[in-house]
Structure formats: structure tokens, C-alpha cells
Design a protein around this ligand. Sequence first.
Ligand code: MG
Ligand code: MG
Length: 259
Amino acid sequence: MIKYKTREEIELLRKSNQFVSETLAELAKHIKPGVTTKRLDQIAESFIRDHGAVPGFLGYRGFPATLCTSVNSVVVHGFPSSYELREGDIISIDCGVVMNGYYGDSAYTFPVGPISDEVYQLLKATRESLFKGIEQALEGHRIGDIGWAVQNHAESHGFSVVREMVGHGLGKSLHEDPEVPNYGRRGTGTKLMNGLVICIEPMINLGTKGVRQEKDGWTIRTLDGKPSAHYELAVAIDKNAADVLTSFRKIEETVRIFD
Ligand code: MG
Ligand code: MG
């Protein structure tokens, strides 16, 4: 069942989601060779609590950390650990918070120092595919329009779309209806109406689309061991343009990644 949001609720969701982007911008300063993913998690948890918010993932269905830190072939849901980032790695950081009872949820994939051109192209196309999806997040369109736009962009660059994990509605719960796949057919699926708030979060692989879950019950890795990228923003459905509640602006003012 979809829970449509009032204007007041959308403003609360904007606060939560903007705060997540501030947290990711803070983390951007610390992403360099030698830093452990556990250290990034500690920085995020302190930053969130110091600002009076609560980590949204910690304890969610038993998840053990504030961040999902997913390096290279890990698609999503990686555990922070003693792993030290190395030059040439990519790391997707997915962060959730709760403020005033409403969730914020956003993810960004960062390069660690210089990366290969093909991996750079993967990041660029994945980020672009998110914005192609957002262009379709308009009143009267359908969920399938978003998935189609993401898939079309990613595949036209020779990359593949993960099917097993999808975007979602967002509100007082981290994962609400509807599901928001990153693939699909135009004109199909739930109709988008004013008051709907969704996270669009393409997970795009350099190689094949297949993934597997590790024995820890969380970590999702590409089947072929090739890298995967992930970007996520929350949007409220509106008439002429989606109301994007999160922003990558602060992250991208902190670290310059794309031309
Ligand atoms: Mg997320
Ligand atoms: Mg999400």
C-alpha cells in the first residue's frame, strides 16, 4: 500500500535527505588510500549523532553498521570492516538517517584516487542513468517509465542493470511501496501521483548483470567479480519536474569527480 505524503511530510523528508547528503559530503573528505571502511562508518555515526539524528541502517533487520560500504565488485550492503581503501578502488557509500521520524536515504560511488577509464565510464553512466530516471518521475507517468530510462541509458553504454535489488518508497519507513526497479517497460506499473516519495537507486555492473549474496546474509557481489556502481536520490513526484529532495551538490563541491 502506497502512503502518499502531505506537503509538511515532504518538507520533513527533504530535511532528512539533505542531511544524508551532508553526511556523504563529510565522508568525501576522508575517502583516500589507507582509510578503513570501519573508520568511515565511525565518522558517519559521530556526524549523524552530533547533529541530533539517528543512523537509519544500524540495527535495521539486524544490519550491523551506520553505512553500507561496497567496494569494487560489491554491489550493495557491504559491511564496514578493517579493509583499507587502495588507489584505483571504487566505494559505494549508502547512508540512511532518521530525523523527526522520517528517513533519509542516499548513496554515492566514489573513486579512490585515479581509476581506470572503463570504471570511470561506469560511474559516469550510472550517475547519468539516475538522472534519466528522475526525468521520468512525473505525475501521470508510471514506475516502468523510470526503470526503462535507467536501463536504456546504462545498456546503451554497454553496462548491465542489477535486477535483484530495486528502489523504493520512502517515509516513516525505510522501504515503503512501491518498488522502483531499474529496468522495465514504458507505460507499465504503478501510476505516479503527487505525494509519492521514492528513492531511485540504479545499481549498474561493468560486466554481467548477475549477482550473488555472500554467507553473511547481506553482502551482494557481482557474479563475475567485475565492479559495480550505485547512486541514489530521493524524489517527490510533482507535475513538471520531480522535486529532488537530496542533492549531490555538496559532495561534488568537496570532491571533483566528473567533468
Ligand atoms: Mg540507500
Ligand atoms: Mg534505498
